[in-house]
Write a protein of this length. Structure first.
Length: 83
């Protein structure tokens, strides 16, 4: 079996990166914003693992495409309602 890397990176917009850097340059704010960062990354990792576990179960059932299309449809419906 082949092994495929799975890395996920978020790139901030330049204006937001400046805000991030400003907050990180203040020692007290840096402690708080680093806690936010830790929680954010842990949640992304947890959610990614849960989603991939569910997709894997669908894959093993031979229903990955069917389930993926349903999830995409729900996402489109939600986006319309939130717009």
């Amino acid at each position: 079996m082949n092994s495929y890397d799975f890395d996920f990176e978020v790139t901030l917009d330049p204006e937001v990166r400046n805000m991030w850097n400003e907050m990180c340059s203040d020692p007290e704010s840096q402690k708080l914003i680093m806690e936010f960062y830790r929680e954010l990354t842990v949640e992304y990792k947890t959610n990614a693992n849960k989603c991939l576990t569910l997709y894997y179960a669908s894959y093993k059932q031979g229903r990955l495409k069917e389930h993926f299309e349903k999830i995409e449809g729900l996402g489109r419906e939600l986006a319309k309602k939130l717009a």
